[in-house]
Design a protein around this ligand. Structure first.
Ligand SMILES: *Cc1c(COP(=O)(O)O)cnc(C)c1O
Length: 462
């Protein structure tokens, strides 16, 4: 199995090299040269099997010969050993033909754990084989930082530096990062905003001599290994039904919902992928009106979906235009300057064969949390509520199961949940204990040189 770039000007590489690289050198995103395909019988056989077994089969096809089956199996077992539900991604029935796919049973209570827990382990393995060390540098406004720390903490040959804006992440989010016991994780609180922290990270990646010297790496939301790991729960969920379901996906960067397209391209029958956005609705506008145009990201109650551009959309576009790398180079080049792409009719048609889209504002998000609590006595987080709103409004066919991806535990977003329902969601005891540990964090002015100096000092052999 080899990987190509959506922009067509990078050499084909193995899964392991793709995993370490993240972004392709021509600026494109990696995809399998040819999608592996499962037969209807193979897919039917996924029904009722343990999650880890399905993961091994699906990922096994995508990694090719980069890792042995034993290595993959060991990493999958370790990745999901820390999940609080042995089913990893359980389906629960919440209404007539309506289901929640719970993806928040990992260590940080958000769906990013499902992919990052496995990605971190495979990354360490690929790095060890290649030799050398890696320095992971990330800026976070909350969620990505803790998921990265949980995934990369304690791994060999990797040092992790996470910048967050001091005083601007919630207490739970801060403690999730700063109470880590892993000595290869370094938290930095920047005296400034998230944008200041992100600008420092960007500038340090642009310092090529430094970046090369420390082998700077991003925990990339565009790494195909994440998509590969997320495709697994589409298989396990869909195989529970006798007819192809609708999946409703709370969407930011388009990674999670593209994992649904990946599963479809590997043979999984799916009725529709319903893209649900908050008021940062670039993807709803692109799919409904045919114009992909960046807006200004505004804060909402579902912050992990507050994005300006949806990076992974490039992958769907590449497939929708018949893998025309020249088209992607031209359109993404145009987008870089004008922030706008008008989708040609044939591309729109191809996208509409699998995707539908809806947007939901904060008022509707709160109303859905309240309605769902009144109906079922259960609490959901605001990201899940965006998707559930889209599911309530979706006019599908009768008897087609609708599966809403539930991407975070309600206790991660207590303020919004309480405002909507009057209930304060309880933190799972496991997390509560972890948060009581000692906090370790370095406070720093928002200056690139200070952060660079700190990283260099930490990497120096003592
Ligand atoms: C990251 C995230 C999303 C959005 O996923 P994308 O892959 O960026 O579309 C949705 N919900 C939660 C809780 C998240 O953390």
């Amino acid at each position: 199995m080899r990987y190509l770039s959506t922009r067509g000007h990078s050499p084909l590489i193995s899964f392991a090299d793709m995993l370490l690289a993240g972004l392709a050198p021509d600026g494109g995103l990696y995809l399998p040269e040819v999608w592996p395909r499962f037969s209807p019988l193979e897919i039917a056989n996924f029904k009722g099997r343990p999650y880890a077994e399905v993961a091994e089969i699906v990922l096994g096809e995508l990694i090719g010969d980069s890792f042995s089956r034993e290595e993959l199996k060991a990493d999958i077992t370790a990745a999901y050993a820390g999940f609080s539900d042995p089913r990893i991604a359980p389906l629960s029935e919440i209404g007539t033909d309506l289901y929640l796919l719970e993806l928040f049973h990992g260590p940080t209570l958000a769906f990013k754990d499902v992919a990052l827990q496995i990605l971190g382990r495979l990354f360490a393995r690929a790095l060890k084989r290649k030799g050398g060390r890696a320095t992971v540098l990330a800026a976070t406004s909350g969620d990505t930082g803790s998921a990265a720390i949980a995934a990369l903490g304690g791994l060999e040959n990797i040092e992790v530096f996470v910048l967050h804006p001091q005083g601007r992440v919630s207490e739970v989010q801060r403690r999730q990062m700063t109470t880590t016991a892993f000595t290869n994780v370094h938290n930095i609180a920047i005296e400034g905003s998230f944008d200041d922290a992100q600008a420092i990270v960007k500038d340090l990646f642009a310092e090529t001599a430094f970046a090369k010297a420390v082998n700077l790496t991003a925990v990339n939301s565009i790494n195909f290994a994440r998509i590969a790991a997320q495709a697994v729960y589409y298989f396990t969920a869909a195989s529970a039904f006798d007819v192809p379901p609708v999946f409703v996906v709370p969407t930011g960067n388009f990674g999670d919902v593209f994992a649904g397209e990946a599963a479809m391209r590997m043979g999984l029958p799916v009725d529709t992928l319903l893209v649900a956005t908050n008021s940062n609705d670039i993807m709803a506008r692109a799919l409904n009106d045919g114009v992909y145009e960046a807006g200004k990201a505004e804060p909402t109650l579902s912050p992990s979906m507050d994005i300006q551009v949806a990076s992974n959309f490039e992958r769907a576009l590449f497939e929708a235009c018949g893998r025309d790398a020249k088209f992607i180079r031209r359109e993404m080049g145009l987008f870089a300057t004008t922030k706008r792409i008008v989708l040609p009719p044939d591309v729109r048609k191809a996208l509409s064969e699998r995707y539908a889209a809806a947007r939901c504002d904060d008022g509707e998000t709160l109303a859905t949390i309240a309605r769902f609590y009144q109906q079922t006595g259960r609490l959901i987080d605001p990201h899940t509520a965006v998707a559930l709103t889209a599911a309530y409004n979706f006019k599908g066919c009768e008897k087609v199961p609708v599966v809403v991806l539930s991407t975070a535990h309600p206790a991660k977003f207590p303020a919004a949940v309480e405002e909507a329902s009057g209930q304060i969601p309880e933190l799972p005891p496991r997390l509560k204990e972890a948060l009581e540990g000692e906090e370790k964090c370095h406070l720093m002015a928002a200056e690139k040189a200070l952060v660079r100096g700190f990283i260099e000092a930490k990497l120096r052999p003592s």
